[in-house]
Design a protein around this ligand. Structure first.
Ligand code: GLN
Length: 479
């Protein structure tokens, strides 16, 4: 009999229907394991002891989620990885949490993250350090590393994270799970603590593509509490199951040939393209041009928006306040003591690029680059259906190795920020494990609202690669 660590949600449902197991009982086993394993893993900062809402037959019923600490749930510590918010409790449910509650999901706990989502390794946090389930000396990625590590080691069935410039896809890649960043506006941001609003999306981490699709179906769609949610209806029809990808036009960037990629990442990407071609996809070689210049524009824009969004943390409304003689004195002390180094760096940079004399030179130029990138993607999607990319230039890096090098840390995002700037959906699917036992992955990017196409293509690909049969997967190693 397979343990809960080996199963996806759809497999567990089938076994339950056949009378072979009970998902409720599995939840108890999983919760026990989560409490004990977390001491090493550091994925959760808090556990949630709440039963599911009664009744109903939703596919997510009784399955427990790991929730990133910037997604509000009533009474939960929405600490965003920040010392400033460490005692803060949300007074309401975010829309995604409300939708999961209505589906009858359970919640395993609140997960570790880089402070306010700023980072790629979960090392910029006031809370526990997350280790990669495949190699405890390496990072699980960030900023949604806690959710990814929890799903990868079988301590939650699925996870919610947020992806502003890659924070769901990078940890999915580092931890060997599936990660979906939806189209901007496809999933409500009501109750997601804002980092860079024009880029922020709530994303999903899961053990396979079908599980991620089911969570996406539950969360996606118009929400009156978030006026930026898209009005286009979500396709609710059953997934098409196909054995091949006949005729799918696959964009393959020429620039990857000269890009600084780990040899393993390069080799694995080439293997993935061969597999996709074997399945019937047609490779379309193309140049991305400006699209690969996304990092500087992303850096300016995320800092500018963060500087504006994080103004609200002055100690008067949220979190801990450090008292002083005057309001300004208290504000200064609260923010100086409450924010970590990375957040401060970004707030200073953000204030600078928005300031009178420099707006033109930095902020407006970054906005113009973003427009160009959006236009370039639009043109490219007349020649291809999906774009294939590695998720990151390297596999999971060693803990501590990039902390003193903020620029190096930002370059981790070179292959994820283009889709973020253009608001496009992107899906990371694990492919293989390298000689050091670290996962590799493929990233597929599609036009706006093409989650269905990404999921259906990834299902065919996933079946071909059989990643979950990998012998050394962490859930195999656990007792
Ligand atoms: N690593 C990126 C950054 O630090 C992305 C963060 C995110 O997507 N939240 O900005």
């Amino acid at each position: 009999m397979k343990s809960f660590r080996h199963l996806t949600m759809h497999e567990a449902r089938c076994l339950q229907a056949a009378g072979d197991l009970s998902i409720r009982t599995l939840h108890k086993e999983m919760a026990l394991a989560a409490h004990s394993d977390n001491a090493t893993l550091g994925a959760f900062t808090h556990f949630i002891e709440e039963g599911p809402s009664p009744g109903g037959t939703h596919p997510l019923r009784n399955f427990s989620a790991a929730i990133k600490a910037n997604i509000a749930g009533k009474g939960w510590p929405t600490h965003c990885g920040s010392r400033l918010l460490q005692n803060y409790r949300s007074p309401f449910d975010s829309t995604v949490v409300a939708r999961l509650r209505a589906a009858g999901s359970r919640f395993m706990g609140i997960t570790t993250m880089d402070e306010f989502g700023m980072g790629s390794s979960c090392e910029h946090t006031t809370f526990s350090q997350v280790v990669n389930p495949w190699d405890h000396g390496r990072t699980a990625g960030g900023s949604s590393g806690g959710s990814a590590a929890a799903v990868a080691s079988g301590l939650a069935w699925f996870g919610l994270g947020s992806d502003t410039g890659g924070s769901v896809r990078l940890p999915a890649h580092f931890c060997g799970v599936v990660g979906l960043k939806p189209t901007w506006g496809r999933i409500s941001r009501n109750g997601l603590v804002a980092f860079a609003s024009s880029l922020d999306t709530i994303g999903i981490l899961g053990r396979d593509v079908q599980d991620v699709h089911e969570v996406f179906q539950t969360l996606a769609g118009r929400d009156d509490l978030d006026a930026t949610t898209l009005v286009e209806p979500v396709d609710r029809s059953p997934l098409k199951t196909s054995e091949n990808l006949q005729g799918l036009r696959l964009g393959v960037p020429e620039e990857l040939k000269s890009m600084d990629l780990d040899p393993d990442v390069r080799h694995d990407f080439q293997e993935s393209i061969k597999r996709l071609e074997y399945l019937g996809a047609v490779s379309v070689p193309l140049t991305l041009g400006n699209i690969l210049d996304a990092v500087p524009a992303y850096t300016v824009l995320n800092c500018a928006e963060a500087a504006s969004n994080l103004h609200r943390f002055d100690g008067s409304l949220y979190g801990s306040r450090v008292d002083a003689e005057s309001y300004l004195g208290s504000l200064e002390k609260t923010r100086t003591e409450g924010f970590g180094a990375e957040v401060k760096r970004r707030l200073l940079l953000g204030a600078h690029v928005l300031s009178g004399g420099y707006q033109q030179r930095y902020y407006l130029r970054a906005c113009a680059t973003r427009e160009t990138i959006i236009g370039d993607f639009r043109k490219l999607f007349t020649r291809m259906d999906v774009l294939a990319l590695p998720t990151a230039p390297t596999t999971a890096f060693a803990l501590g190795s990039r902390l003193e090098n903020p620029l190096g840390m930002h370059l981790t995002d070179v292959l994820t920020v283009p889709a973020s700037l253009a608001g496009l959906p992107a899906l990371t699917v694990p492919t293989a494990v390298n000689d050091f036992g670290l996962p590799l992955s493929l990233q597929l990017v599609g036009p706006a609202c093409s989650e269905r196409l990404l999921v259906e293509s990834a299902l065919v690909f996933e079946k071909q690669v059989c990643f979950r049969d990998v012998k050394e997967a962490p859930w195999h190693r656990q007792p």
